[in-house]
Design a protein around this ligand. Structure first.
Ligand code: NAD
Length: 439
């Protein structure tokens, strides 16, 4: 890192934007963070971190003097030539990505031949082409465009920034692509002048856009695949944990994303799988496999209801069920498209009363869930419960005192929706354990 690092702008200070901004500040860049949410910017200016992400508050704290927060995009444009876009691209009713936030940012770009937009948001293939066409129509051809999709995982986002598997840069082989590679250089392998682990994939814009969608769709496919294997295991007496272990040792398969459970959720997989399916459909191709991946995932969430019926006498009417975990995965407060939302709605529709506990996602969950009892602890949640269902595999649930749980519950059923608990410890406490795909 001999040459001075250039100031950059980051538009959108959510999970991706704030982590990226803090990461680049840690590398030595001045970072101008822009968001339209004035309340969020005020909180950030006051040193408050609006999301839960391990290590993020510390990293922002360490780099406060290099991180500048504003609602005015002009502040970023004046200082920086690279403007990273990290605004949300949620699904629309049609399943396509909603690009209104991206388009709003694009609309504020001035005619300039010294600036570039660097797209971190996950967008359909062709978005870069469309934005460049729009710039051309508006006599802004000097404005450069780079696709630099983000692969961080909530819960380990800081580590993912610092130690990326790969950095994908899609561009028109111009100064902007070079500048983005320079920014990431310390995180890249020695082959690319860095001392990090990140392989560099420098490619065209459309291919970079597709890498992101294809990677998420593949991971989701792996999850739906192992969930179907788990369901067959239940019918045939095999144990999916043993099966996944045996499969994962084949290095063509690998052990990751072979954990059977109650289906994937979150702000990325469901929307990106659907987005790729729609993108294919809009271009005239029926992506049959992804239709199955989505359907399997929806059915998988509902299988828990069948398990509860089996253990609770064929009905949930009047039954009390405790949900352990609400966030779509551990170590985040993100509730977007969380499996817990579907489970709670199904349980309530079937007549059950539901108590819930999550160590960090309660505030986010309260915005989305009605009619449940928010408990102050896991033990509080299971008081009087006929059944407990583990939905998010937070560490503290694995360490629960199962004798205390058994004493607090009025029933004995424990459904381990993530195959994360020690089945023997649960059973030793006199409880009935059922996982996903276990013999
Ligand atoms: N969250 C993840 O794990 C993850 C991982 C990889 C990629 N992505 C992708 O990154 C993008 C951002 O995701 P996120 O989870 O960080 O979203 P987020 O909702 O947490 O953050 C988006 C931020 O953008 C702000 N914003 C919206 N419109 C704006 C505008 N016109 N100008 C300035 N700010 C604006 C919002 O106020 C919000 O703070 C999405 O496309 C997502 O698919 C997310």
């Amino acid at each position: 890192m001999s040459s001075p690092r250039e100031p950059i702008g980051v538009v959108g200070t959510g999970y991706v934007g704030l982590v990226s901004a803090a990461g680049f500040a840690e590398l030595g860049n001045e970072v101008h963070c822009i968001d339209i949410d004035a309340g969020k910017i005020e909180r950030l200016k006051a040193g408050e971190i609006p999301i839960y992400e391990p290590g993020l508050a510390e990293m922002v704290g360490r780099n406060r003097e290099r991180m500048h927060f504003s609602t005015d995009i002009g502040d970023a444009l004046r200082s920086a030539r690279l403007l990273f876009v990290a605004v949300g691209t949620p699904p629309t009713y049609s399943g396509d990505a909603d690009l209104s936030a991206v388009n709003a940012v694009v609309g504020t770009m001035p005619a300039s031949d010294r600036h570039a937009l660097v797209m971190k948001s996950t967008v359909p293939v062709g978005t870069g082409r469309d934005i460049k066409r729009l710039f051309a129509e508006q006599d802004k051809t000097g404005f450069r465009y780079v696709s630099c999709p983000e692969f961080l995982k909530e819960g380990s986002a800081i580590d993912d920034f610092i130690r990326p598997d790969r950095v994908v840069v899609g561009d028109d082989s111009d100064w902007a692509g070079d500048a983005v590679v320079d920014l990431y250089r310390p995180l890249l392998t020695a082959e690319h002048g860095g001392d990090g682990p990140g392989a560099l994939v420098r490619t065209d814009i459309a291919s970079a856009e597709m890498v992101k969608l294809a990677a998420n769709a593949f991971l989701a496919t792996k999850i739906s695949f192992i969930n179907e294997i788990a369901n067959v295991c239940e019918e045939t007496g095999a144990d999916v944990i043993e099966v996944a272990r045996g499969m994962g040792l084949d290095d063509r398969i690998g052990p990751k994303f072979l954990q059977a459970g109650v289906g994937f959720g979150g702000s990325c997989f469901p929307k990106d799988v659907m987005g790729l399916k729609q993108l294919a459909g809009n271009s005239g191709y029926h992506f049959q496999l992804l239709s199955a991946v989505i359907e399997v995932n929806e059915l998988q969430k509902r299988r828990v209801i069948g398990k509860l019926h089996k253990h609770l006498g064929g009905t949930l009417v009047g039954r009390r069920i405790a949900l352990l975990g609400l966030a779509f995965k551990p170590d985040t407060d993100d509730m977007r498209d969380a499996t817990s939302l579907v489970l709670i709605a199904r349980m309530q529709a079937a007549g059950a009363t539901v108590s819930v506990y999550d160590p960090v996602a309660e505030d986010e969950a309260r915005k989305l869930i009605r009619g449940v009892r928010f408990a102050g602890s896991a033990l509080d949640a299971v008081v009087g419960a006929d059944a407990a269902v583990l939905v998010t595999e937070w560490r503290e649930f694995k360490d629960l005192d199962w004798s205390a749980v058994a004493a607090a519950m009025s029933g004995t059923t424990v459904i381990d929706g993530r195959n994360a608990l020690d089945a023997d410890a649960v059973k030793a406490a006199g409880l009935t354990y059922e996982g996903i795909g276990r013999s």
